[in-house]
Design a protein around this ligand. Structure first.
Ligand code: F3S
Length: 653
C-alpha cells in the first residue's frame, strides 16, 4: 500500500525502527524548534541545566512576538534574557516587530518534509507547506534542542478530501470552523488531519495555514497539506525555491479514516461562546450589539485576510459603538498591505492598527468591556481568553469581522457589499515578498558563543524542579474542577500574568485565581495535594505553566475523567502524575478537602492501575495511568529535566 504525507515525513525522522501502528510510541529526530516569549524562558532555563554547549537541532528560533507591552521591568527582563541565552547556545532570534512566530517560521525557516516541534499549540500552522509541525510544552522543546529523540504516540492519519472551491465572502476560516462543528474540540485527539484532493489544490499557503493552525482546537496532533505547486510558488515568492521538495500522498495511500468536505457548499460561519466548536451559520447568530472587533492573530492575519477585510471597509466607517483593532502577522505583510493601499483603507475606516504581534489574541491588551460582545478572527473563545471573563467572544473570518465592525452587529461581507463579491475574489496572494531578514539575529560561531554572558534580570527566577514520587502518598484534594478546564483557567492569559511567567514563586500565587481565588493559598498550606478534574482537563494552549505552577504549589497528582494531550505531556514533564478514573462515576463520590491515600504507589504505577483510598469517605476507587514506558520513566525520574540529564549522561558514557 502507498504512503500518506504524514507517514512519509515520519518515516524519514524515526530514531528507532517502527512499523508506525497507531497508538504505538515512536521516537523522532527533530529538525527545527520554535519558542515564543511567553513560554520560552522556562524552556531555555531547562536547556541551560542540561549542560550542553550548543543546540543540536538544524535550526531553533526564539520569537519575541507575544508580549510587547513593556508595562514594567518583567517583559524587558525576559526579552534581554532570551536574546542573550539564544546567543550563548546558537539559537536564532526574531526580534520584536518582525512578526508572529508561526507566520515568520513558515515564511523564513520552514521547508517541506521537515519536522518542527514548537512551544505553542498553533505550531501546526506550518503544515501549510507540507512540514510536520507539532505543538508541545516548553520542556519538550528543550529536549528536542538537545538532539535526544522525542517520543510521540503514533497518531491515526485522517484523510480530509476537499472538493469544490471557496466562494467569495467565505474564508479558509469557514473550513476549519466547519471541521470543528463536525468533529468537536476532542475529535482530533490522537489524529493527524491530512487535507488533500482537488479542493486543497485551490487553497493558497496562507489559507492552508488558517486551517492547519486551528486544527489545534480539535485537539489534533497536527494537520498537514501536500507540498505541491502552491507551496513551490510560495517559497519562490519568499526567494527560497531551493528549499522546496514535492511531497504528495501516493495514489493508493492508506489512511485510518476519511472525511469529505465540499468547499463550494460553505457559508460564513461563527464559533459562539465559549468553545471554538460551538459553530453555527453566521446568519443565525442572535443580532446582539457588538462592542469590540479584533482582526488579526496567527490564524487570520495574512496578506489576503487583511486585504479582504480592508475591501469590506473601503469608503465605510467602523460603527461608532465599536472599537475595532487590527494586528498584522509580519513586517513583510504589513509593507505589502501599505504598498497596495489596504492600510489606508483600514485607517480611513477608523480601524486602530496595533503592533505586529499577538497581543489581544492572548489578552495582552484590548480587553472587552464588562459583559462586552467581542468578535475576533483569532482561534479561541474560552471565557477570559480576551482578558475579561464576563465578555462573550465570537470567532469569525476577517471579511465577516469587518462587516460586523461596520454594522455594529453580526454581519457578513455580503451584507455590506451585496451579492457581487467579485472584488474579494480578485485578491491574490503576493508573488514576491519583500524579503529582509535584518530583524533576525543569526547565531554566533560556537567559540564566540561560549563567551556570551547570559543576562538575568530580577524577573528571571530559577526553574523549580519536582521531586521524584515516593511509595506512599497521603494528600488532600486541593481542588475539584468541572469539565473542560482550560489552561487559561489554570494560568490566565493577559499582559499582567504573561509577564510573571519567568517568576514561578510570584506567578503561582495566581494559579486558578479566576476559577477559585483560594486555591493557591490552600494548596500551598496543604504541602502535598491532588486535583480532581472532569473531562478534557487542561484543554487549550501548550502553556506549561499550567503544570509548573500547580507542581510548585505541591500538587502531586491530577485524577480526571480525561486529560488534554499537550497538558498531559506537560504534567508528566513537570512531575505531576496524570491519571484518569477507571470508572468516571467515581468522580461524583469525591469532594474537595477529602484526604486520599495510596500505598505502594511506585509499584502500582508500573501496572498502570492505581488504587486510591478516600480516607474521609472510607471508600476506594481505581485510576488508570495511560502512559507509555518512556512517559512512566519520566514520571518516576521526577520529571523530564531529571530524566534528560540521566539520558544525556548515559549517551556520553
Ligand atoms: Fe499568538 Fe494568538 Fe497565535 S497568542 S501565536 S496569535 S494563538
Amino acid at each position: 500500500m502507498g504512503m500518506n504525507i504524514t507517514k512519509k515525513i515520519l518515516s524519514t525522522h524515526l530514531a528507532a525502527p517502527s512499523d508506525m501502528k497507531p497508538g504505538e510510541e515512536i521516537l523522532l529526530k527533530v529538525d527545527q524548534t520554535l519558542t515564543h516569549d511567553i513560554n520560552a524562558v522556562m524552556t531555555y532555563l531547562a536547556f541551560e541545566q542540561v549542560g550542553l554547549d550548543r543546540i543540536r537541532t538544524e535550526c531553533s528560533v526564539s520569537y519575541l512576538d507575544h508580549n510587547l507591552l513593556y508595562l514594567d521591568n518583567k517583559t524587558p527582563d525576559d526579552h534581554i534574557y532570551l536574546q542573550s541565552v539564544a546567543k550563548r547556545y546558537g539559537v536564532h532570534v526574531s526580534r520584536p516587530g518582525n512578526g508572529i512566530c508561526h507566520a515568520v517560521q513558515v515564511a523564513r525557516f520552514g521547508a517541506p518534509g521537515k519536522l518542527l516541534m514548537g512551544g505553542d499549540s498553533h505550531t501546526p500552522h506550518g503544515g501549510s507547506i507540507g512540514m510536520l509541525c507539532i505543538g508541545v510544552g516548553g520542556m519538550d522543546v528543550a529536549t528536542a534542542m538537545t538532539g535526544v529523540p522525542m517520543r510521540l504516540k503514533m497518531p491515526q492519519i485522517i484523510k480530509v478530501n476537499l472538493t469544490g472551491k471557496l466562494q467569495p465572502g467565505c474564508n479558509a476560516k469557514e473550513v476549519i470552523l466547519e471541521m470543528l462543528r463536525r468533529v468537536g474540540i476532542k475529535g482530533g485527539l490522537g489524529k493527524v488531519f491530512e487535507y488533500v484532493g482537488s479542493g486543497a489544490a485551490t487553497l493558497s499557503v496562507s489559507e492552508r495555514a488558517s486551517i492547519t493552525n486551528m486544527g489545534a482546537e480539535m485537539g489534533a496532533t497536527t494537520s498537514i497539506f501536500p507540498a505541491d505547486e502552491r507551496v513551490r510558488e510560495f517559497l519562490r515568492a519568499e526567494k527560497r525555491e531551493e528549499d522546496f521538495t514535492e511531497i504528495l500522498p501516493d495514489e493508493d495511500a492508506e489512511y485510518d479514516g476519511e472525511m469529505e468536505l465540499n468547499l463550494s457548499e460553505l457559508v460564513p460561519l461563527c464559533a459562539c461562546p465559549h468553545q471554538p466548536d460551538n459553530v453555527i451559520p453566521l446568519k443565525d447568530v442572535e443580532k446582539k450589539k457588538v462592542q469590540q472587533v479584533f482582526i488579526g492573530s496567527c490564524t487570520n492575519s495574512s496578506y489576503s485576510d487583511i486585504a479582504k477585510a480592508a475591501l469590506v471597509f473601503k469608503d465605510r466607517h467602523v460603527n461608532e459603538d465599536v472599537s475595532c483593532t487590527c494586528a498584522i502577522s509580519s513586517k513583510q505583510i504589513y509593507k505589502l498591505l501599505m504598498r497596495d493601499g489596504y492600510i489606508d483603507m483600514l485607517l480611513d475606516a477608523g480601524v486602530r492598527l496595533l503592533e505586529i504581534a499577538c497581543g489581544p489574541c492572548c489578552a495582552i491588551g484590548q480587553s472587552p468591556a464588562t459583559k462586552g460582545v467581542a468578535v475576533r478572527t483569532s482561534n479561541r473563545n474560552f471565557k477570559g481568553r480576551a482578558g475579561n471573563p464576563t465578555a462573550e467572544i465570537y470567532l469569525v473570518s476577517p471579511e465577516s469581522a469587518a462587516a460586523t465592525a461596520i454594522t455594529g452587529t453580526f454581519a457578513s461581507a455580503e451584507d455590506i457589499l451585496g451579492s457581487d463579491l467579485s472584488v474579494l475574489a480578485e485578491v491574490k496572494e503576493p508573488t514576491e515578498f519583500p524579503v529582509d531578514d535584518a530583524m533576525i539575529i543569526e547565531p554566533l560561531p560556537e567559540e564566540e558563543a561560549k563567551k556570551v554572558e547570559i543576562v538575568r534580570g530580577p524577573n528571571i527566577q530559577p526553574l523549580p524542579i519536582p521531586d521524584a514520587p515516593e511509595q506512599y502518598l497521603k494528600a488532600q484534594i486541593s481542588l475539584k474542577t468541572v469539565d473542560n478546564i482550560t489552561t487559561d483557567d489554570i494560568t490566565p492569559a493577559s499582559a499582567e500574568f504573561s509577564s510573571m511567567r519567568s517568576n514561578i514563586p510570584l506567578m503561582s500565587q495566581y494559579c486558578y485565581h479566576r476559577y477559585d481565588p483560594e486555591f493557591a493559598a490552600r494548596a500551598k498550606a496543604m504541602g502535598k495535594s491532588i486535583i480532581i478534574g472532569g473531562e478534557n482537563y487542561g484543554q487549550g494552549s501548550s502553556r506549561e505553566h499550567a503544570a509548573i505552577n500547580p507542581m510548585y504549589l505541591g500538587v502531586k497528582m491530577v485524577v480526571a475523567k480525561s486529560i488534554a494531550r499537550i497538558h498531559k505531556g506537560n504534567l508528566i514533564n513537570h512531575g505531576i502524575i496524570p491519571m484518569v478514573f477507571a470508572d468516571p462515576a467515581d468522580y461524583d463520590k469525591l469532594d474537595m478537602l477529602d484526604e486520599l491515600e495510596v500505598n505502594g504507589l511506585l509499584d502500582q504505577m508500573k501496572t498502570r492501575e492505581v488504587e486510591i483510598k478516600d480516607l474521609t469517605k472510607d471508600i476506594s476507587f481505581k485510576a488508570k495511568l495511560e502512559l507509555s514506558d518512556n512517559e512512566l520513566e519520566v514520571i518516576l525520574s521526577g520529571g523530564q529535566l531529571r530524566h534528560l540529564q540521566k539520558q544525556l549522561k548515559e549517551m556520553e558514557e
